[in-house]
Design a protein around this ligand. Sequence first.
Ligand SMILES: Cc1cc2nc3c(=O)[nH]c(=O)nc-3n(C[C@H](O)[C@H](O)[C@H](O)COP(=O)(O)OP(=O)(O)OC[C@H]3O[C@@H](n4cnc5c(N)ncnc54)[C@H](O)[C@@H]3O)c2cc1C
Length: 289
Amino acid sequence: MIPASFDYHRPASVAEALSLVAKFGDEGRVVAGGHSLIPMMKLRMANPQHLIDLRDVAELKAGIRDDGGTTLIGALVTQAELIADESLARSCPILREAALQIADPQIRNCGTVGGNVANGDPGNDMPAVMMALDARFVVEGPDGTEELPARGFYQAAYFTSLGDNRILTAIRIPHPPTGHGAAYVKQKRKIGDYATAAAAVLLTRTGDRCTFASIALTNVADTPLFAEEASRILVGCTLDAATIDRAVAAAEAITRPSSDGRGPARFRTKVAGQMVRRAIATAKARASG
Ligand SMILES: Cc1cc2nc3c(=O)[nH]c(=O)nc-3n(C[C@H](O)[C@H](O)[C@H](O)COP(=O)(O)OP(=O)(O)OC[C@H]3O[C@@H](n4cnc5c(N)ncnc54)[C@H](O)[C@@H]3O)c2cc1C
């Protein structure tokens, strides 16, 4: 399908982009990699009359850098650039592992990390990873800069707390604890597909005790889910089978998937539980005790 006609704008700075966003209101939409928005426009599920292309905004391409105990990732960093960053793969390996499971190389070459988290599609993989990492989204708008926690950002499918008049400029991720183990495990029908269900797990161990755990889920509700109770259950235990069973049950209990082409709701809930179980096992094996 061909999208409806629109005017195209190419601002060179965040200030200029924000003034266009303010000027066009509901009729305008920013575009980054275009690999979620353009398909929606072709399907006529999104019909912006003004497309505000962010690709020339240098401030959003700030790259990936350390910033006072956190990693700052510019909103326009592509998924391919994130995968290629060796330093990030060492300090926060779950980001590369998750990005490698997004679509295919062509899409990862264009799709941005900022677009993936701002999109609000529960099928996107990065939001749950950002929740597990307790990331914050740096947004700029008429009232200045604000940092919004990923765990409170998603309100419903395609609804976030970003607001219409703000732009996501970067993502701030606290350095995960040294020696942590992490895993992003995704069940999909075929290569390049969105998740039937996926789980992000980070944990640390001291001796045989789990000292920290963080679990989040992809595509089993109309938002990504932070599995707070499941995370809490793991902390202090020896990651024994009975406790992992309880954590899996707690994670399954918060899912609200729809029945669709990826399977009936009950099946997807059970797949989510299996993803959590596998991600815990992998993260446990990767954590240095
Ligand atoms: C065939 C196919 C398969 C895919 N499979 C997967 C998959 O398995 N997993 C997955 O996670 N994704 C998948 N995707 C989506 C892909 O990862 C997208 O690139 C990503 O979701 C959006 O990034 P983008 O830069 O392309 O954003 P765009 O499409 O440009 O924008 C998406 C939305 O975010 C908003 N936006 C973008 N940047 C900003 C910003 N800086 N500030 C404020 N708002 C912004 C836009 O206005 C728009 O509403 C797939 C896409 C395709 C076409």
